[in-house]
Design a protein around this ligand. Structure first.
Ligand code: SF4
Ligand code: SF4
Length: 230
């Protein structure tokens, strides 16, 4: 007993039990030194839970919050309107947005403005998801990709071209005008289902070499062919 223990009150009968080991019988006493192997051996007969990452992708829950992405409307225009609400909502100050005005010759998103500069600093991001909750157009969402390791710190700052989703089949690369007769509200309500012939002609006139023209043209032609076949 140490000097300081002398000043402690004696343990009550219930408290003493807390510090007692369970009594072992002679058989348990005999096997005690190799009892740990029992756990190992029984594990041989249990299903394997080891994941073969990175050779096989790991399973993540459907609502897992991974890397961000900036989404597009069905005609290819960007959903981000440069409002900066995501940046203001971010508790880690990880987002930088700079908005520019759309013009008739350079329309990147429906409405007046678009996100010209968009950066997320993944050295700061804590993947809380506040930014995607704040986004009024669902431009910003989070996918399942969590592989964000880099060798250089600068590389952890993702730029707009890394975050913007690629054009899907049938989309027309911006800039191009909005669908004729549609407002930004209509875009938000999902009324736009793809590019129109007038948008394609506008792009063809200014950027005849644009690689998205062919796919967009096919997407416009298909419903017309289906209508004719009926
Ligand atoms: S997930 Fe959270 S910390 Fe990361 S950018 Fe969005 S708001 Fe900021
Ligand atoms: S991602 Fe959403 S919240 Fe952020 S600037 Fe663009 S539209 Fe606004």
């Amino acid at each position: 007993m140490s000097k300081s223990d002398k000043h402690l009150p004696p343990l009550g009968p219930d408290e003493e039990l807390l510090y007692e080991h369970d009594h072992r019988g002679p058989v348990s006493e005999f096997f005690a030194p190799v009892a740990g192997y029992g756990v190992t051996i029984t594990s041989f007969f249990r299903p394997t839970v080891t994941e073969q990452y990175p050779f096989e992708g790991p399973f993540v829950q459907p609502r897992f919050h991974g890397r961000h992405q900036l989404n597009r409307y069905a005609d290819g225009l960007e959903k981000c309107i440069g409002c900066e609400l995501c940046a203001w909502a971010c508790p880690a100050d990880a987002i930088l947005v700079e908005a520019h005005s759309n013009t008739p010759d350079a329309q990147y998103s429906p409405g007046e403005r678009y996100g010209a500069v968009y950066q997320i600093n993944y050295l700061r991001c804590i993947f809380c998801g506040f930014c995607i909750e704040a986004c009024p157009t669902r431009a910003l969402t989070m996918g399942h990709n969590f592989e964000l390791s880099e060798y250089r710190r600068e590389a952890e700052i993702y730029e707009k071209h890394q975050l913007l989703v690629p054009l899907a089949d049938g989309m027309l690369a911006p800039p191009h005008p909005m669908v004729e007769g549609m407002s930004d509200d209509d875009y938000y309500k999902g009324e736009v289902t793809g590019p129109t012939q007038r948008q394609i002609d506008w792009v063809r006139e200014r950027r005849p070499e644009d690689s998205s023209l062919q796919s967009a043209q096919q997407a416009v032609a298909q419903p017309v062919e289906q209508e004719a076949a009926r």
